[in-house]
Design a protein around this ligand. Structure first.
Ligand SMILES: Nc1nc2c(c(=O)[nH]1)N=C([C@H](O)[C@H](O)COP(=O)(O)OP(=O)(O)OP(=O)(O)O)CN2
Length: 157
């Protein structure tokens, strides 16, 4: 059985590897739709609130009103320097590669799995017109790819 739950967060990012408008610092309202695989145990399976009580604080702490940033992006060095100089603590979610929605999907799939939930699929909406569907098979394939490259697509927090 599948339970769908939807979450959202607002974050800044840029994709410095794309030499177009996407390399400008900008923001999105990211939509995250989770497809949780659950087993019925009597009247119900997993309470909706069990998902929310893990997912909502996580998204709020690590993603919401933060900045997704590739540690290899020269901007990251400048932001670190800014934090050192001013003492400000900017919320940055670190990626070991471009902050593409594909890498975001891998990162979120890994984190949700680490929480103990079993995902069949994630859908990530970046814009009004662009949504990616990321399945368990995609995640397994990416894990193999990143292991062979010895460099994960995204860093854990
Ligand atoms: N495969 C991917 N393609 C693109 C990604 C991505 O992560 N994976 N990201 C971007 C940009 O970051 C961009 O912010 C979104 O681009 P785009 O859909 O072109 O933006 P629009 O303003 O045109 O959105 P509309 O909703 O169509 O107005 C680009 N591609």
């Amino acid at each position: 059985m599948i339970i769908q739950k939807e979450y959202k967060f607002y974050a800044a990012h840029r994709n410095e590897t794309l030499k177009d408008k996407c390399s400008n610092l900008h923001g999105h309202r990211y939509g995250v739709r989770c497809f949780f695989e659950v087993e019925r145990d009597g009247e119900i399976s997993t309470l909706f609130g069990e998902f929310d009580s893990r997912m909502e604080p996580w998204i709020k702490e690590y993603y919401d009103h933060g900045m997704l940033i590739n540690v290899n992006d020269p901007l990251y060095e400048s932001l670190q320097e800014h934090c050192r100089r001013t003492g400000e603590q900017l919320k940055m979610k670190l990626f070991n590669g471009p902050t593409s929605v594909e890498n975001l999907a891998w990162m979120l799939f890994t984190e949700v799995t680490d929480m103990g939930f079993r995902l069949a699929q994630l859908e990530i909406r970046e814009t009004d017109t662009s949504v990616i569907s990321y399945t368990r098979e995609d995640w397994i394939r990416d894990n193999r790819l990143f292991a062979s490259l010895r460099s994960p697509g995204a860093a854990t927090p």
